[in-house]
Design a protein around this ligand. Structure first.
Ligand code: NAP
Ligand code: HSE
Length: 428
């Protein structure tokens, strides 16, 4: 039986897992696809580097074009990361009729539509299950499982690193920098962890999920992004005492065909199922008009969970190949993109204000909310004996983003408001 020959681009955290799964599960994989799977060549940056698995040194190369141009290679598995150089390699491989499996959300969020169109033109598959939420098969679920429904909301904890950090800060009172270092050591964080903590990694994943879920080409620029670097222990403490947890949530919503997508630290009601998702675990909550509420949960990063999704895509490519249907995926984004304006985006909000502690201040604050058409759900002013001034905790009823921007502007010019310490969206 002729083996399917794979060119593996990258032998880092994920690439090593891919080798482990292909070698360790070879009998099961062969039974499913009807051919052995053989890793023919492996791209690395440094051929002399020590590896945690034994690989035949003759298979290693530091020249991507050696793999792309090898006529014997049928499928490229891209787990090297990177954007423009990687895109060039993948386009050339597609041009040569090779199928692609990738875990690269940066690439798919920025150039997905172009790469998918090229794959379609060349009769090739490009599958990217591992690019979002590591070990959770959410892309296949959205494309196939929800093909007959109309999705109205996708809400996800899609970055393992930030969920790990927020969980440790919340449960153990750990310091942000210490936990970030731990996440890096464990292989969860990106090579530049700024993209994790500033929300960009999650925004890229939400771009992919919203495009698939709402069947419209959402661009990264359409996502409103805020990371977790400003979340303080005080915010976490207030969240807890009010019955919430702080999570970095990606929220994609559709109403009357108008879409909004954001990534932001959010106060999530402790009773909401997504509030219980801790550590490096990810979850994606999907609401469909017909199905109602669903949630998918699992490890969002790490070697073996991510490798499982990569190799599952490889299996799908080979099965398609045997059936002669590569490159025949139906279009996933056939709808016109219409984005919500700030007036159409609505939510409840939490606000922590430092204000002067004297008669009439609370009335001024309430006046601003009233003038901006924002209704207050609850107000709390805990005693603060050790500081000059008062702390005001406000939770609003549902208000538009536009109205909240007016509130922020008005507070900015109110001398009695010393500082707007934090403001978070509230869910659940
Ligand atoms: P990694 O540990 O940094 O590994 C990258 C691998 O690619 C290394 O083997 C490196 O070679 C090789 N490489 C990178 N650039 C290269 C270049 N220009 N030329 C030749 N070789 C190059 O990365 P990773 O964590 O496995 O992530 C890989 C991809 O999967 C990324 O797109 C990432 O976003 C995605 N992903 C990762 C996870 C996760 O949990 N880590 C989860 C989901 C998706 P050397 O070994 O010689 O340095
Ligand atoms: N850095 C990413 C995370 C890896 O923490 O979720 C998985 O994409």
């Amino acid at each position: 039986m002729k083996p399917v020959k794979v060119g593996l681009l990258g032998l880092g955290t994920v690439g090593t897992g891919v080798v482990r799964i292909i070698e360790g599960h070879h009998e099961d994989l062969q039974s499913q696809v009807g051919s052995p799977i053989s890793i023919h060549k492996i791209l690395v940056r440094d051929k002399s580097k020590g590896r945690s698995i034994a690989v035949d040194p003759a298979k290693l190369t530091d020249d991507p074009w050696e793999i792309v141009r090898d006529p014997e290679i049928d499928v490229l598995v891209e787990v090297m990361g990177g954007i423009s150089g990687t895109k060039e390699i993948i386009l050339e491989a597609l041009e040569r009729g090779k199928h692609i499996v990738t875990a690269n959300k940066d690439l798919m969020a920025l150039h997905g539509p172009e790469l998918l169109a090229k794959a379609h033109e060349k009769g090739c598959d490009i599958l990217y299950e591992a690019s979002v939420a590591g070990g959770i098969p959410i892309i296949r679920t959205l494309i196939e499982g929800f093909s007959s429904d109309r999705i109205t909301k996708i809400m996800g904890i899609v970055n393992g690193t930030t969920n790990y950090i927020l969980t440790k800060m919340s449960q153990e009172g750990a310091a942000y920098e210490d936990v970030l270092k731990e996440a890096q050591t464990l292989g969860y964080a990106e090579s530049d962890p700024t993209s994790d903590v500033e929300g960009l990694d999650a925004a890229r994943k939400m771009t992919i999920l919203a495009t698939i879920g709402f069947r419209a080409n959402i661009a990264l620029e359409d996502v409103d992004v805020k990371g977790i670097s400003a979340v303080s222990q005080q915010d976490i403490w207030y969240a807890k005492s009010l019955g919430y947890v702080v999570k970095l949530l990606g929220i994609a919503e559709r109403q009357d065909d108008y879409i909004s997508v954001s990534v932001q630290p959010t106060f999530v009601k402790q009773s909401h199922p997504i509030a219980a998702v801790n550590g490096v675990y990810n979850a994606v909550y999907v609401h469909g008009e017909a199905v109602g509420e669903t949630m998918f949960y699992g490890p969002g990063a790490g070697q073996m969970p991510t490798a499982i999704s990569v190799v599952a895509d490889l299996v799908a490519v080979i099965k398609n190949w045997k059936l002669g249907v590569n490159g025949r995926q139906a279009s996933i984004s056939y709808k016109e993109k219409k984005l919500k304006s700030d007036r159409q985006i609505a939510s409840k909000y939490f606000m922590l204000l430092h204000v002067e502690d004297r008669a009439g201040v609370l009335m001024q604050i309430a006046q601003v909310f009233s003038e901006c058409d924002v209704s207050i759900e609850s107000v709390m002013q805990p005693p603060t004996p050790n500081r000059k001034g008062a702390e005001l905790i406000i939770i609003t009823h549902e208000a538009s983003k536009e109205s909240m921007n007016h509130v922020l502007k008005a507070f900015g010019s109110l001398s009695t408001v010393q500082q707007i310490q934090s403001m978070y969206r509230v869910e659940g």
